[in-house]
Design a protein around this ligand. Structure first.
Ligand SMILES: *Cc1c(COP(=O)(O)O)cnc(C)c1O
Length: 438
């Protein structure tokens, strides 16, 4: 290494890029760009090196990466909704291959079978998300025809999903029925029997992310199905069964965010012809959308040209299959992270919180309210425990490496909610807090 003059000479772009390789893990070509821009701004060697390190850190931080979700929002849309414990395998998979016959098979059949066993649906088909499921169903079943929707359900779910817009894109025509707060069976009947109309579907949309209270009325699916027009329900959240038979007796009576949520099985039992729901909300699986119900309707969706654009790959279908098998095995609370988080006892969270406070040497244990998130069960809270720390250290926690911690600010304190954190990550939380204290 050189002396004083060497120290003042700007480093070469190449040596700077190579020096950054170990700490950043970024590809050489990116580091060369970073080194070049750090050198271009001038200054002595030390300034340039520090600048390059900081640009490299910023670049790494801007990439998608694992985080610890300490927000208490179990399904955080910005953090990928339901965390997945089931990664795709590294080997080729028989996604469209009939192993018994040794020829091409159907990518839909295995999942369809499992969804049927769980919900009583005749058949099911999987697409990339629930927005795609709704668009596909409307295009396949109602293109060029009319779909009746209550004015109270012509909603925006978030992320640009607006019922009238999706309807327009599908080629179906929206027919508004009822009023914003009350829509009765007679409102649907009036359009269903009108000879000047061409109603292909009666559609219900779960108002996932908001609540209407007071003088409100909607028409139950069990009544709608008496009108003789196919009923399609966008359930959104994807709760499979409102009795949640996969939860132990310790969690009964069930909280209302489960018991009051419209579920797939009960909606089909009520006679709905087709339902659509997300895979990564209350189902707790990978991002996808599922259409389930009458076999002939599912088949029309599966054979529509849009299906080719919407079909998910094995990296989705394998974890989805695992998720559905966990429901059938009833080991949901062990195997599906969302249901583990949702079902852990508050006392267990309290015990973890005090271990963290002791080990980190900072903060206090407080009671907090976790929420389901992803627009599911608005207003419902799940009792939780958190570590509260005076002041705002959320920025430092977000900057923690290798795994950033995402926390909330409540009344000027940093709140680390443990219900959305798997217990296995507690040591990492402690490490992140210790790093800040130093
Ligand atoms: C969440 C939701 C959607 C959108 O589902 P994605 O899986 O995010 O595409 C559509 N409709 C309802 C009722 C929802 O709750």
């Amino acid at each position: 290494m050189g002396g004083q003059s060497e120290h003042h000479r700007p480093p070469s772009v190449d040596s700077l890029a190579r020096a950054l390789a170990d700490s950043s893990g970024l590809p050489h070509s990116i580091l060369v760009d970073i080194a070049r821009s750090a050198v271009a701004e001038g200054g002595d060697r030390e300034t340039i090196e520090e600048r390059a390190e900081s640009i490299a850190r910023e670049f790494s931080g801007s990439l998608i990466g694992e985080v610890i979700n300490a927000t208490g929002v179990l399904l955080h849309t910005n953090l990928g909704r339901a965390p997945s414990a089931m990664g795709p395998p590294g080997r080729p998979v028989s996604i469209e291959y009939d192993k018994a016959a040794g020829r091409r098979g159907s990518r839909h059949d295995p999942i369809s079978k499992l969804v049927s066993l769980l919900t009583g649906a005749e058949a099911a088909v999987v697409v990339n998300n629930n927005a795609a499921a709704v668009l596909l169903a409307l295009a396949a079943l109602a293109e060029g025809r009319e779909v009746a929707v209550s004015r109270g359900e012509s909603v925006e779910i978030g992320g640009g999903f607006r019922v009238p817009d999706v309807m327009a894109r599908s080629g179906a025509r929206l027919v508004d029925v009822g009023t914003t707060n009350r829509t009765r069976l007679d409102d649907y009947r009036a359009v269903a029997v009108d000879p000047d109309r061409d109603i292909a579907l009666l559609m219900r949309v779960h108002s996932s992310n908001f609540e209407m209270t007071g003088f409100v009325e909607s028409t139950p699916v069990a009544e709608l199905v008496t009108l003789g027009v196919p009923v399609f329900v966008d359930l959104g959240s994807g709760l499979l069964d409102s009795n949640a038979p996969w939860l132990s007796a310790a969690l009964r009576p069930l909280p209302t965010w489960i018991s009051a949520e419209p579920a797939v099985k009960q909606t089909l039992d009520d006679g709905a012809d087709l339902v659509a729901f997300s895979g990564d909300k209350l189902l707790g699986g990978p991002q996808c959308g599922i259409l389930a119900g009458r076999a002939d309707l599912v088949e029309r969706c599966a054979s529509h040209p849009l299906m080719r654009a919407f079909r998910p790959g094995h990296h989705i279908l394998m974890p989805l299959q695992e998720t559905l098998l966990a429901y059938l095995r009833r080991d949901v609370t062990e195997r599906i992270p969302f249901w583990s988080m949702a079902s852990v006892a508050p006392e267990d969270l309290a015990a973890r919180a005090s271990v963290i406070v002791d080990a980190a040497g900072m903060g206090t244990v407080i009671r907090s309210d976790a929420v389901v998130g992803a627009g599911a069960a608005p207003g419902a809270t799940i009792e939780s425990r958190a570590v509260a720390i005076d002041g705002d250290i959320t920025g430092a926690l977000r900057g923690h490496t290798p795994i950033p911690v995402i926390a909330r600010i409540v009344d000027g304190r940093t709140v680390i909610d443990l219900r959305s954190v798997p217990a296995a990550d507690d040591p990492m939380l402690i490490e992140a807090l210790r790093a800040i204290r130093v």
